[in-house]
Design a protein around this ligand. Structure first.
Ligand code: NAD
Length: 499
C-alpha cells in the first residue's frame, strides 16, 4: 500500500460513521495507479442497524409537507449547482474521467433533482366527483418506506441522483450502497443533503460489497431496490430481491450499436461516434461500441474515425487538455486489452491499436482501438467490453443492420445516422431497443422522461427516474368516499353498483 491516509466511512444519521465490520477495500487514483484510500465494507449487522434508523426517519419524513420536501430539493439543487467543480474533482480522482465529463454527469444528475422539485405537482392524483350518487373517488400515491439504491462505478454521482432525488421527494428514506471503487462522491452528496435541510436518517450511505448487497436484498425492512450495474449482477439482484418480496428495478449492461446509412454525413457521423465510443474511455452504459456500416459508407467511415483517434489526448483526467482518462482498475485495463487480442486472433482488422499507444505508464491507461471487419460471433462483438474499443461491422443493407441489432441480447441504447427522415422513422419503429437516437449518439432521456433498456439491459418492468421513477417509489391507494344522511341508511346485501 502506498501513501494511504484516508479512511472512507459510512454516512449514518447525518454524519460520517466509521464501519465496525473490520473489512475494507482499497480505493485507487486510476491516473496514477496509487492507492489513495480504504473504504469500509458494511456487514449484515450494520445493514440491519441502518434499516432500523431509516425506518424511523421515513416515518417522520413522509409526514412532512410537500412544500417542505420541495424546499429541501430546491436547496439541494442550489448547493449541487454551486459545488459542481468540487464534486467533479472528487469523481475524477477516483474514477479517472476528465473533469468536464465529471461535470457533465453532475449536470445530468442535477436534472433529476430539478424534476423532483416539482413533487407537489407529480403526486397529484385524480378525483371523480359523483362516481355513484353521493360517492366520490380519488387516488393518492404514498411512499414505500425504506428504499435502497445499489450503484455502479461509472457514474458515481449521476446514477445515485437518478434514484435518490425522486425517492426522497416521494417521502421515502433512501439507503445508498455505492460502488466501492469510487465511493467518495456519495459522501459529498450526503453532506449537501444535510446542508439542504434534509432530516438526519433520510439519506444514508452504506459502503460495501456482496455481503452488504445480500443483506439489503433479503432485509424485510427494505421495500424496494433500484440497481444499476452489469447484467449478471442485475439479474441476480432482480431474482433475489423479488424473491424476498421487494419491488426491484435492475438495469444491466449494454452493447450499443450505431447504424450508419450510406446517405449519412460521414464527417458528422464520425465525430458523433468517436465521442460516444471513447468518451469516459468507453466506460458508459450508453457508449456506442459497435458501428454498423451499411454499404459503401464503410470505407469512408473507418477512414474518418481513424484520422480522429490520434488527435485525442489520453492522460490524467484532472489535467487541462486531456480528452480521455484511464480505465477504472489495472485488472479491467488488462481485460479490455485481452478482448483486443481475441478480436485480432478471430480475424478483425486492427485499424488503430490502443495497446501500442503512447500513454502514461503509471496509471491504468489504454489507448483508443478501432477494429474493422468485426463479425457477430467474435467476443469483441458479443461481450460488453466497457473500454475504449469500437468495432465496425459491415452489412449490405438497412434490413441486415436492423436484424443484427435486434438479435443482440442487450438493448439499452442505439443510434441511427442518416439524412433520410423516412429511414430514421422506420428505424424508430423497427428497432427493439429501449432508447433510440436519431443523429444523437448518446440518447439518454431528459429527466422528465424515463431511462431504461430492453432485454438483458433491464430486469423488472419499471424504467429509472422521471414519471416511472415516481411510480416506482410510491404505491397507489384509491379512496371511495360518501357522506350520506344517516337517516337514509339501511342494510343492503347487494354488491355496490354505480348506476
Ligand atoms: P457491477 O455490476 O460490477 O457493480 C454494480 C454494483 O453491484 C456495485 O455497487 C457493486 O458493489 C455491486 N456488486 C458487484 N458484484 C456483486 C455481487 N457479486 N453481488 C452483489 N453485488 C455486487 O458494475 P460496475 O462494474 O460497477 O459498473 C459497470 C456496469 O454497469 C456495466 O455493465 C454498465 O453497462 C452498467 N451500467 C448500466 C447502466 C444502465 O443504465 N443500464 C448505467 C451505468 C452502468
Amino acid at each position: 500500500m502506498t501513501g494511504t491516509t484516508t479512511r472512507i466511512s459510512h454516512w449514518i444519521d447525518g454524519r460520517e460513521s466509521a464501519g465496525t465490520s473490520g473489512r475494507t477495500a482499497p480505493v485507487f487514483n486510476p491516473a496514477t495507479g496509487q492507492q489513495t484510500a480504504e473504504v469500509d465494507l458494511a456487514s449484515a449487522a450494520e445493514v440491519d442497524a441502518v434499516v432500523a434508523r431509516a425506518t424511523a426517519a421515513a416515518r417522520a419524513w413522509r409526514s412532512s409537507s410537500l412544500s417542505k420536501r420541495s424546499a429541501v430539493l430546491f436547496a439541494f439543487r442550489e448547493l449541487l449547482h454551486a459545488r459542481t467543480d468540487e464534486l467533479a474533482a472528487i469523481i475524477t480522482a477516483e474514477h479517472g474521467k476528465v473533469l468536464s465529463d465529471a461535470a457533465g454527469e453532475i449536470a445530468r444528475g442535477l436534472e433529476n433533482v430539478e424534476f423532483a422539485t416539482g413533487i407537489p405537482q407529480l403526486l397529484k392524483g385524480g378525483f371523480s366527483e359523483q362516481a355513484a350518487t353521493g360517492v366520490d373517488v380519488y387516488n393518492i400515491r404514498q411512499p414505500l418506506g425504506v428504499v435502497a439504491g445499489i450503484t455502479p462505478f461509472n457514474f458515481p454521482a449521476m446514477v445515485p441522483l437518478w434514484m435518490c432525488a425522486n425517492a426522497i421527494a416521494c417521502g421515502n428514506a433512501f439507503i445508498l450502497k455505492p460502488s466501492e471503487k469510487d465511493p467518495s462522491a456519495s459522501l459529498f452528496l450526503a453532506q449537501l443533503w444535510k446542508e439542504a435541510g434534509l432530516p438526519d436518517g433520510v439519506f444514508t450511505v452504506l459502503h460495501g460489497d456482496k455481503e452488504a448487497v445480500d443483506a439489503i436484498l433479503t432485509h424485510p425492512g427494505i421495500a424496494a431496490v433500484s440497481f444499476v450495474g452489469s447484467t449478471p449482477i442485475a439479474k441476480y439482484i432482480y431474482e433475489t430481491g423479488t424473491a424476498h418480496g421487494k419491488r426491484v428495478q435492475a438495469l444491466g449492461g449494454a452493447k450499443n450499436h450505431a447504424l450508419v446509412l450510406p446517405d449519412a454525413d460521414v464527417e458528422m457521423a464520425a465525430d458523433a461516434v468517436v465521442g460516444a465510443a471513447y468518451g469516459a474511455a468507453g466506460e458508459r452504459c450508453m457508449a456506442l461500441s459497435v458501428a454498423v456500416a451499411v454499404g459503401e459508407v464503410a470505407d469512408p467511415l473507418v477512414d474518418a474515425i481513424s484520422v480522429r483517434l490520434p488527435k485525442l489526448t489520453v492522460g490524467d483526467g484532472a489535467a487541462a487538455g486531456t480528452d480521455m482518462g484511464p480505465l477504472i482498475t489495472r485488472e479491467h485495463r488488462d481485460k479490455v486489452a485481452g478482448y483486443i487480442d481475441a478480436g485480432e486472433r478471430a480475424g478483425a482488422t486492427v485499424v488503430v491499436d490502443g495497446r501500442e499507444a503512447d500513454v502514461p505508464k503509471d496509471g491504468f491507461f489504454l489507448g483508443t482501438t478501432l477494429l474493422d471487419n468485426v463479425t457477430p460471433e467474435m467476443t469483441v462483438y458479443t461481450d460488453e467490453i466497457f473500454g475504449p474499443v469500437l468495432g465496425v461491422v459491415r452489412v449490405a443493407t438497412y434490413e441486415e443492420g436492423v436484424a443484427l441489432i435486434n438479435a443482440n441480447r442487450y438493448a439499452n441504447g442505439t443510434a441511427i445516422f442518416t439524412r433520410d427522415g423516412g429511414a430514421a422513422r422506420q428505424f424508430q419503429f423497427d428497432v427493439e431497443v429501449g432508447m433510440v437516437g436519431i443523429n444523437v449518439p448518446i440518447p439518454v432521456p431528459v429527466a422528465y422522461y424515463s431511462f431504461g433498456g430492453w432485454k438483458d439491459s433491464l430486469f423488472g418492468d419499471t424504467h429509472m427516474y422521471g414519471p416511472e421513477g415516481v411510480n416506482f417509489y410510491t404505491r397507489g391507494k384509491v379512496v371511495t368516499s360518501r357522506w350520506p344522511d344517516p337517516a337514509t341508511s339501511s342494510v343492503d346485501l347487494g354488491f355496490p353498483r354505480t348506476r
